[in-house]
Ligand binder design. Structure first.
Ligand SMILES: Nc1ncnc2c1ncn2[C@@H]1O[C@H](COP(=O)(O)OP(=O)(O)OP(=O)(O)O)[C@@H](O)[C@H]1O
Length: 718
């Protein structure tokens, strides 16, 4: 007798064949139509629609769908199967939906449904639609071959809960060197974020491995589909922590059929807007300073330059400085180009204060000076004597040049530089306001600016000044802004970006427990929510971690608890078990040969990507050199790196954020490198949570207090 699995498989094979033959038929018709090369607009539009259909069908031809949901809509006679895929396919000419785009409203049922017999509903353009789910099925189709059929819910079966079997199967797979799409296994709490309304600043606190980055990218694809008349890909932007991370995530959007979204780091974006008038000081030097170990660790508080310059208090300070400049900018003198012609200072002031009030500052200066020039030309028209006219013209031009010099014009950089002069305060700035700038901050900023260098925390203030000087034009505004690793952003940066983002349409994601750049980032999401209008923010929390095994998550949570009294949130693992986390004592003399052996063993087993994490860049370089000498093909990841190559990576812990590896070995986990402090606990937590399947922590003499006392069946010691 045929089992239910065999019946399901047969049924799906038949459906798949029908789908393929419909796709093939439509593709053949479309490919027979030659591309239109003429100038008729309607024909051009029709051609572009055909091109999109051709592209979508070609995608569907390989893997047409990944899920099926049998839904009985209230009022309909019987349940109908809905097949969910990356792109929608309609039967031609009946327009009956053969495959539903995963972003369509009805497809939300596939993701939001978490089991049970109660009625479910989804939000359609015509209002709420209610009904019952009969079957939820996952299908794996690879290169046109049906490989797996997994029922995660069947109303006629025994279990009324959706099981995680399919998710576990996907999570157990090895990862290559790029992040991938998760359309077939989006979880309901992730789906709620992906489909949240556009015009709201979403703030997402998600534990390590909860899918924040992945979810944000899927959300962009959703917004482009759902709000296609309101948003354009070119007007969406993703801010990521560094260029290597951008390379790492670069595969996801094309997999989702999305192109042209701007992807950058805040500093790169800012430098470009500031016409590259200055450069960023060496990021490695900064990291070396803040990540020192032992007694040389710097103190981090609100006076750290990053926290100070990233504060809203500094933004308001700049507002006052700009107001003081504005109030004193117009020269306090009449303009007299030649004897007998005079423009009073009151008139000029009036042109500045009243007539051009709404123009940004430098534009205003430009306009008023142009107006003075026009006035002068009109005055000149009144002069009839040719020789006098010539003489006046020359004199007038020279006088106007002198007058313009009295009215100092600035670039954002030159203005900022003026504010941070230690020898004397700028003439427009009051003694009182200048005295509010800490002396140390003036000295360090000045030293860099003399070399035309700035630090990352100077970028938001410089752009803010830029906006006051020149305004923000339409092409610099975004339809939607995504900020990844947002816990490392400052309130000033977010406030600045909200000037560039229409309707507060933001996806802001991060994890306070991974806030290792404490010298610049936030400690509480309220620092951001306070920046937005009431009712225009939404806060989401993702607590389930999908990346790592249960053992790794339990272990990483203990690390956090040993360094932080009350961690913001602790990760909840999905039920995926692996080997216990290994804590290994290792002599320095044997380190390299043991590392080589351990890596080879890992690669012969579960791991295709392996990372060795160390505390400092110098230590990573040394390990890299020695492993290379031993004939290993390893990649060193350094600050400023552009590409992520996969394979075996040697990475400073602070550079590993956002990445993931099948196996991770954290080296030197001793008391000197990882003390029982909040900062070190976060750093080690970041390191541990990079591992998918296997985690080892090595130390030489005394283990770090963050790991010394961890006990349980999720950890083993050697
Ligand atoms: N629903 C899901 N189905 C399958 N895999 C998932 C799902 N959600 C997340 N993952 C996987 O979990 C891993 C972590 O995802 P991601 O890097 O987006 O998380 P994150 O929250 O940004 O992590 P971190 O803060 O630690 O950098 C990735 O391999 C991703 O593919």
């Amino acid at each position: 007798m045929e089992t239910s699995v065999q019946t399901a498989y047969k049924e799906e094979m038949q459906r798949l064949e029908e789908t393929f033959s419909e796709i093939d038929r439509q593709l053949t018709v479309l490919r027979d139509i030659p591309p239109y090369t003429g100038t008729d607009h309607t024909e051009q539009v029709l051609d572009s629609i055909r091109e999109t259909r051709r592209h979508n069908l070609a995608v569907a031809q390989v893997e047409p769908y990944f899920g099926r949901l049998d839904f009985h809509e209230t009022g309909q006679k019987e349940p109908s199967p809905l097949y969910i895929g990356k792109v929608g396919v309609e039967k031609d000419p009946s327009l009956e939906l053969m495959v539903i785009d995963w972003r369509a409203p009805v497809a939300s049922l596939f993701y939001s449904y978490t089991g049970g017999t109660s009625p479910v509903e989804y939000d359609s353009p015509d209002g709420l639609v209610e009904g019952l789910v009969y079957l939820k099925r996952n299908l794996v189709i690879r290169k046109q071959i049906l490989q797996r059929v997994v029922d995660t819910f069947n109303r006629e079966g025994d279990s009324m809960a959706v099981t995680d079997e399919f998710l576990l199967y996907r999570l157990g797979e090895n990862k290559d060197n790029k992040l991938r799409d998760i359309v077939s296994t989006i979880q309901s709490e992730q789906d709620a974020i992906i489909r949240a309304v556009k015009n709201s600043a979403l703030i997402i606190q998600g534990v390590a491995g909860s899918g924040k980055t992945t979810v944000a990218l899927h959300r962009l694809a959703y917004l482009l589909y759902q709000y296609r008349d309101q948003v354009k890909a070119e007007r969406m932007i993703i801010f990521a922590p560094n260029r290597m991370f951008l390379d790492y995530i670069s595969g996801v959007l094309p997999e989702l059929g999305v192109g042209h979204i701007q992807q950058t780091t805040f500093s790169d974006w800012a430098l470009d807007l500031l016409d590259n008038e200055m450069k960023l000081a060496d990021p490695a030097e900064r990291l070396r300073f803040w990540f020192q170990t032992g007694s040389s660790r710097p103190h981090m508080d609100d006076n750290a330059p990053g926290r100070w310059k990233g504060s809203i208090r500094f933004m308001h300070w700049l507002d006052q400085a700009l107001e003081q400049y504005e109030a004193t900018a117009v020269p306090q003198a009449d303009f007299s180009p030649w004897d007998g012609a005079k423009l009073s200072k009151q008139t000029i002031q009036q042109w500045h204060d009243v007539e051009n009030k709404h123009e940004p500052l430098m534009k205003r200066r430009e306009r008023v000076i142009a107006r003075i020039k026009r006035w002068m030309e009109m005055e000149l028209d009144k002069v009839w004597e040719v020789h006098l006219k010539k003489d006046y013209k020359k004199k007038g031009s020279a006088k106007l040049r002198d007058y313009s010099k009295l009215w100092t014009g600035y670039t954002p950089f030159s203005f900022y530089k003026e504010l941070f002069k230690s020898a004397s305060r700028p003439s427009f700035l009051s003694e009182q306001l200048y005295s509010e700038l800490p002396g140390e901050l003036i000295a360090s900023t000045e030293a860099y600016m003399k070399k035309k260098l700035v630090q990352p925390e100077d970028m938001a203030p410089l752009l803010y000044i830029r906006s006051k000087f020149h305004g923000i034009h339409g092409d610099l505004t975004f339809d939607h802004t995504v900020i990844d690793e947002a816990q490392d952003f400052s309130p000033f940066q977010i406030a600045l970006l909200s000037q560039h983002t229409r309707n507060q349409s933001f996806t802001i994601l991060g994890d306070l427990s991974q806030g290792i750049h404490d010298y610049q980032g936030i400690r509480n999401w309220k620092e951001f929510t306070d920046l937005f209008e009431d009712g225009k923010t939404a806060y989401f929390q993702l607590n389930r971690s999908y990346r790592s095994t249960m053992e790794i998550i339990y272990f990483a949570n203990e690390v956090l608890k040993n360094g932080i009294k009350e961690p913001a949130t602790l990760a909840v693992p999905v039920f995926r078990s692996g080997d216990p986390v290994q804590i290994v004592q290792m002599n320095e003399a044997e380190l390299i040969s043991s590392l080589k052996a351990a890596i080879e063993q890992l690669q012969s087993g579960v791991a295709s990507t392996v990372a060795v994490l160390a505390r400092t860049e110098a230590r990573c370089e040394a390990l890299y050199k020695q492993l290379s000498v031993h004939g290993m093909q390893v990649n060193l990841i350094a600050a400023g790196q552009q590409h992520y190559k996969g394979g075996i990576s040697i990475v400073p812990s602070f550079m590993a954020k956002g990445l993931e590896f099948d196996a991770v070995i954290v080296a030197d986990v001793d008391a000197n490198n990882y003390a029982a402090t909040e900062q070190d606990a976060k750093l080690l937590y970041v390191g541990c949570t990079r591992a998918l399947h296997s985690l080892q922590l090595w130390y030489e003499n005394t283990p770090s207090p963050l790991i010394a006392s961890i006990e349980g069946d999720f950890v083993s010691r050697k």
